[in-house]
Design a protein around this ligand. Structure first.
Ligand code: M6R
Length: 369
């Protein structure tokens, strides 16, 4: 059932074009009008939502962090993302105008389930983004948007993550559509950009050799840092988590803008740092700011490994290694930039002889607190 791959994890990384494609399937008509019939919450109620809280743990929480950028941009609804176990034990402000979006691959994560229960008791409407049909969290939510990634067997999440981002984006666009905030044409264009993602992921998978080679060369590394900005920040966190989980290597993800506020002190000769670089075509000139960050750490001896958009020549001068991903609008870039980081962690752990499907101390679904 591993489809000819040596591990479920490799299979699942390679399943990602289908995971995203299937999650998009049948969700819009020919004019790009979203029809999320499963979201059986009264549209009038959804229109009155004045706050969104995304609840999740681990990788699913990083999907939520990515989604926040898109939902706030498209819907203009303040969106918080909180780890379910933190949310549960404070005194969160939730009421009938709050939409709680839980994200869970398994649908059984205890902390997320308890957080959803609490939110419902406070009168919030709850939507579950979930990969497992009939699991507990969707059953206890007002509505569910299934990710169609197919069963995820490897303990470390890969294809579910990309499918969660895709589903959260569909939900964001649907809310924007309901609230009349986006012209239908714009939604159609974003959906068509999303529709182009599976092929672009495939292109990255077809070019895996370079990153896998680097991973094998780095098998003895003791610590790896990951920097990202904007939607690249949660991608950096996810890259670090994959490396911790699979290769048992100390890894940290940082917001690139935080460098000077502390983490730059960690940089010494030979310290490997992955940098997820925003598109040079993006708004806010974030590209040049991140390129300056690369220069700063390079000057202090870091070994810089850069994920950048095809055609971005500016990064070459400061990068020891550059991995190019296909062009895509900034908000969709996590669906591509994550893939080389997953492949890196998987290959490095394999080179160390570890079981990538069953990393030590971890369970696929955490059904206890
Ligand atoms: O099933 P869930 O999405 O609720 O699981 C959440 C986390 O336990 C999960 O993402 C975990 O962090 C994975 N091991 C990440 O690879």
């Amino acid at each position: 059932e591993k489809g000819g791959y040596p591990s479920f994890m490799e299979k699942e990384i390679n399943d990602q074009p289908a995971a995203v494609g299937d999650t998009l399937l049948g969700r819009a008509d020919a004019n790009g009008r979203l029809m999320l019939d499963e979201v059986r919450i009264d549209p009038e109620l959804l229109k009155s939502v004045d706050k969104i809280i995304v609840l999740a743990c681990g990788t699913s929480a990083y999907a939520g962090q990515v989604a926040k950028y898109a939902i706030e941009h498209w819907c203009r609804i303040p969106t918080e993302v909180e780890l379910s176990h933190e949310f549960r034990y404070r005194d969160p402000i939730v009421d009938g105008n709050t939409l709680v979006v839980s994200i869970s691959q398994s649908g059984e994560t205890m902390d997320t389930l308890m957080a959803v229960r609490y939110a419902r008791e406070q009168g919030a409407k709850t939507v579950a983004i979930c990969n497992t049909n009939g699991s507990t969290i969707p059953r206890e939510s007002d509505a569910v948007l299934y990710t169609h990634a197919g069963p995820e067997i490897a303990v470390a999440s890969t294809k579910a993550f990309l499918a969660q981002i895709t589903a959260a984006y569909l939900l964001g666009l649907y809310l924007a559509q309901l609230r009349g905030l986006k012209f239908q044409g714009e939604i159609r264009d974003i959906l068509s950009d999303l529709g182009a993602i599976p092929k672009k992921i495939q292109a990255i998978l077809d070019n895996a050799d370079q990153i896998k080679k680097l991973a094998r060369e780095m098998a003895d590394t003791k610590s790896v840092l990951f920097l990202g900005r904007h939607v690249g920040f949660p991608v950096a966190m996810e890259g670090a988590l994959k490396l911790k989980e699979l290769a048992y290597i100390h890894a940290e993800g940082f917001a690139a803008g935080e460098l000077k506020h502390g983490p730059i002190a960690l940089i010494e000769e030979g310290q490997p740092v992955f940098v997820v670089v925003p598109s040079p075509r993006g708004r806010h000139s974030l590209h040049s700011k991140v390129v300056s960050n690369i220069q700063e750490i390079r000057a202090r001896g870091a070994k810089t490994i850069v994920i950048a958009e095809e055609g971005d020549e500016a990064v070459r001068a400061y990068a020891e290694h550059v991995f190019y991903i296909p062009e895509t609008p900034t908000l969709l870039a996590p669906l591509l930039a994550t893939v080389p980081l997953q492949m890196f962690a998987c290959e490095l752990a394999t080179a160390k002889g570890y079981d990538v499907d069953q990393p030590r101390n971890l369970a696929k679904s955490v059904t206890v607190e």
